[in-house]
Design a binder for this molecule. Sequence first.
Ligand SMILES: Nc1ncnc2c1ncn2[C@@H]1O[C@H](COP(=O)(O)OP(=O)(O)OP(=O)(O)O)[C@@H](O)[C@H]1O
Length: 276
Amino acid sequence: MKIPNASPLVSLTNAGHRAGDKWLVRGVSFNVAPGEIVTLIGPNGSGKTTTMRMAIGLLDASEGKADRVDDLRVGYVPQKIAIDWTMPLTVQRFMALTGKASKEQINDALHKTGAQNLCDAQIRDLSGGEFQRVQLARAIVRKADLLVLDEPVQGVDFAGEIALYELIGALRDDLGCGVLLISHDLHLVMGATDKVICLNGHMCCHGTPQMVSESAAYRDLFGARAAGALAVYQHEHDHTHLPDGRVQHADGTITDHCHPDDGHHHDHGEGKHHAG
Ligand SMILES: Nc1ncnc2c1ncn2[C@@H]1O[C@H](COP(=O)(O)OP(=O)(O)OP(=O)(O)O)[C@@H](O)[C@H]1O
């Protein structure tokens, strides 16, 4: 989905950040182009948030370079947000807290994140998934070039996580923006990202999700089990769901439903599962 030949929105070159005499992260190089989803993964304290903050200019690079295109509009959803949860605050007012936005822009953004029915709801009454959708809406309300999401699926259940990653992909398609996200949900993120940067105080490995999951550095960091779990999501889909609900199999036949043992499917081995 990356837009061909577009200049990167942000670009880190051997970048590192030091606080006092401690290096929080070093040797990070990657860029995010328009239409591209880049995910930072790594254990707690590995420098993901520090790297993200360097990328968008909230922290300086103490060494190396952090470049951004001129007038980059960033839509940022931070990991933690300072809100007085006891105060009444409607979604509509929350959306306008960080800058001017017309009612129409607010409604449009809420619509794009599937939160249009929440406009008059109180922030303190929202579920985890609803609040994340509202935060995403706030991030896109003024047409961001780059969406920056620090753990966007916090407080969201498993089905909600999948829906949120799908939504992030749809927003990228719709807005043509770049996306830089941090996640611990390796198996989910692997399906939803173009490029993975694996951090552990430095850049351990990087590349497509497939390349990273097969790298020794990734396995050392997350264990062979994590890599094995990913295989479940990496098998080749062997059938297509037709618009009328029927299923077309790899051998060309069409059936009403799809069953793992109907003779049309390949065995995916250890990671065997049935996905549509
Ligand atoms: N201002 C600071 N001064 C000193 N150490 C800091 C400072 N900010 C962060 N750190 C430390 O730097 C390391 C990297 O922090 P960072 O928040 O970037 O990690 P992270 O990978 O995002 O972690 P998590 O997954 O837990 O959110 C951590 O050990 C953290 O305690």
